[in-house]
Design a protein around this ligand. Structure first.
Ligand code: AMP
Ligand code: TRP
Length: 335
């Protein structure tokens, strides 16, 4: 059986990048036969770049609501908050003790997020990837659907699993999880700079489409998206050196479940204004039902908490025996 695990941080609003790069694939995987999906809101990770105790719980509910609104079925898949299963932090610590500093030093996300003054970054931001490894290994998950930016972290968790199996367990205790990076939009770029990832934490809101934006906002952002003086590219060769144009084509392809090639066959050679109108209509048509459903779910926090609570029990039932075995292998006392 395939066991899928993935997560998103409840920091700021989710973006179209989160949806196309990850969430849309999560829904597809949930509907594949013989898979069990565990989709976590990784609130422990959200603390690595600052604390917001007053708003964190609601942010967690909102991300869970986005999962459901996008099509994750809470009856079929497990949707829960990372902090509600203590095993994440416990296994995270255990794995951090078998992870060489040299491996963590290679992580590009730390370099990006820590900024210029690394001395001020939290220790949690630095050990973030070992907690992420624990998230997946705690469930003996086999597949990890993520956007392209998380590939390095999944590779690290594979190394950690192999190292634990070889040097500590002496057997294949943890399955070595595979990254699943699929679809046309594995890396959605900023609407203002085609060389930067679309990010929920970028300063300017005009760089991204949020899952909570209304139709007007979406069309304004797409209209103002950076392009160039040429026409819509008609081939991959014409996309060369035009990252903004390529990005808009990629978004269109991912939203309509086709390829960039097919979109270029339809719009190549046209003015950007016409293409942007079509893209804006398509984005609104896809996002409006999701946004609407999210709003309904968020209007009933008690129901959201019930879903998160019930799923946490199921998650814990899977995690608990695996954690106990891992503790046993490492020679710890277990209750
Ligand atoms: P995060 O927002 O960092 O918690 O990311 C949650 C998931 O969304 C991860 O699987 C990321 O790889 C994915 N993701 C975030 N931003 C993008 C983007 N701009 N393009 C594609 N995938 C993304
Ligand atoms: N690091 C991931 C991100 O920022 C979020 C995450 C945490 C995650 N734990 C995970 C993703 C486990 C997949 C599996 O996007």
């Amino acid at each position: 059986m395939k066991r899928i695990f993935s997560g998103m941080q409840p920091t700021n609003r989710l973006t179209l990048g989160n949806y196309l790069g990850a969430l849309k694939n999560w829904v597809k995987m949930q509907d594949e036969h013989g898979t069990q999906c565990i989709y976590c809101v990784v609130d422990l990770h959200a603390n690595t770049t600052g604390y917001n105790p007053g708003t964190l719980k609601n942010a967690t509910r909102e991300v869970a609501a986005a999962y459901i609104a996008a099509g994750v079925n809470p009856e079929k898949s497990i949707i829960f908050a990372q902090s509600s299963v203590p095993g994440h932090a416990q296994l995270g610590w255990m794995l951090s003790c078998i992870t060489p500093l040299g491996w963590l030093n290679r992580m590009t996300q730390f370099k990006d997020k820590a900024g210029k003054d690394k001395e001020k970054a939290s220790a949690g931001l630095y050990t973030y990837p070992t907690l992420m490894a624990a998230d997946v290994l705690l469930y003996h998950a086999t597949h990890v659907p993520v956007g392209d930016d998380q590939k390095q972290h999944v590779e690290l968790m594979r190394d950690i699993a192999i190292s634990f199996n070889q040097h500590i367990a002496g057997r294949d205790f943890f399955p070595v999880p595979d990254p699943v990076i699929m679809g046309e939009a594995t890396r959605v770029m900023s609407l203002r700079d085609g060389t930067q990832k679309m990010s929920k934490s970028a300063e300017s809101d005009m760089t991204r489409i949020n899952l909570t934006d209304d139709a007007d906002m979406i069309s304004q952002k797409i209209k103002k998206a950076k392009t160039d003086a040429g026409l819509v590219p008609a081939s991959e060769a014409e996309c060369e050196g035009r990252p903004e144009a390529r990005n808009l084509l990629t978004i269109y392809a991912a939203l309509s479940d086709t390829s960039r090639e097919a979109v270029m066959a339809e719009y190549g050679g046209q003015q950007f204004s016409a293409f942007k109108n079509a893209l804006s209509d398509l984005t609104v048509a896809t996002m409006a039902p999701i946004t609407g459903r999210m709003r309904e779910l968020m209007a009933d926090p008690t129901e959201m908490d019930r879903i998160l609570g019930a799923s946490a029990v199921k998650a814990n039932e899977i995690a608990e025996p695996i954690l106990k075995n891992a503790m046993d292998i490492m020679g710890f006392w277990r209750a």
